[in-house]
Design a protein around this ligand. Sequence first.
Ligand code: G3H
Ligand code: 13P
Ligand code: ZN
Length: 284
Amino acid sequence: MSFVSVDDLLKGAEAGGYAVGAFNCNNMEIVQAIVRAAEAEKAPVIMQASQGAIKYAGINFIVAMAREAASSVKVPVALHLDHGTGFDQIMWCIRSGFSSVMIDGSKKPLEENIALTSQVIRCAYPLGISVEAELGKIGGTEDDITVSEREAMFTDPKEVRYFVEKTGVGSLAVAIGTAHGRYRGEPKLDFERLKQIRALVDIPIVLHGSSGVPDDQIAEAIRLGVRKVNIDTNIREAFVDAVRRAVAQDPDEIDPRKILGPARDAATEIIREKIRLFGSSGKA
Ligand code: G3H
Ligand code: 13P
Ligand code: ZN
């Protein structure tokens, strides 16, 4: 099956009140883990590649691996660019076969974010490619900032309707207390802000930095309108922990398949758990 668009998957999620998992892929084993998990759970799935992943694997390798993976399963699979920051790079991804892109103009002033997002949409929508934008700055756990500095970066509900009306964007990533990477303490999502955002716009909301967010908070975010949940760090942890275990078990092992095979299984298992948590199991 060729890639479906993220917007199509999110329409189903909106109707069914669940979220679709968007899982970052960096290598063949993780690409395989994503579709194996989705197939086992009979779930629609989003495979996403960051600029770092594209730089590491090469764009043609990412697309070819994802295409082969998608065609090996019956469930619908979207291929999405995660945190695209430039127009040219986004065009390159669309041309290479991605079915969806994120244009992350969140570091820019509001009007520049709107202009860049609109420019991407004008080219992407006629081609049937979905577009996700970001409003507010999600950032990373490694950013050395105080709680109040982080809160200052949260999505301002007052800007949300204006942004969505001006751009016509299909889905929106919001900053409500999550961050990319491993959390130092327990994150506390700002559900009041999420409620306000959803009351203003009825497009699917995207949660980034979702690894390490307690399950009950993820479930509440989905209840309040999050329809795409991004997971990277938890896959990295499961994968690398399994590699470490395999190497420790037999330090003389030199067959990469004996080391990366268990890592692929561990990644599959954590992705299956997330799919069940997001409520998308059985929705394909
Ligand atoms: O949003 C960030 C993702 O975890 C991708 O991370 O840029 O290291 O590939 P990366
Ligand atoms: P985590 O690595 O924190 O799960 O975040 C993933 C993400 O948001 C990718 O865009
Ligand atoms: Zn992200």
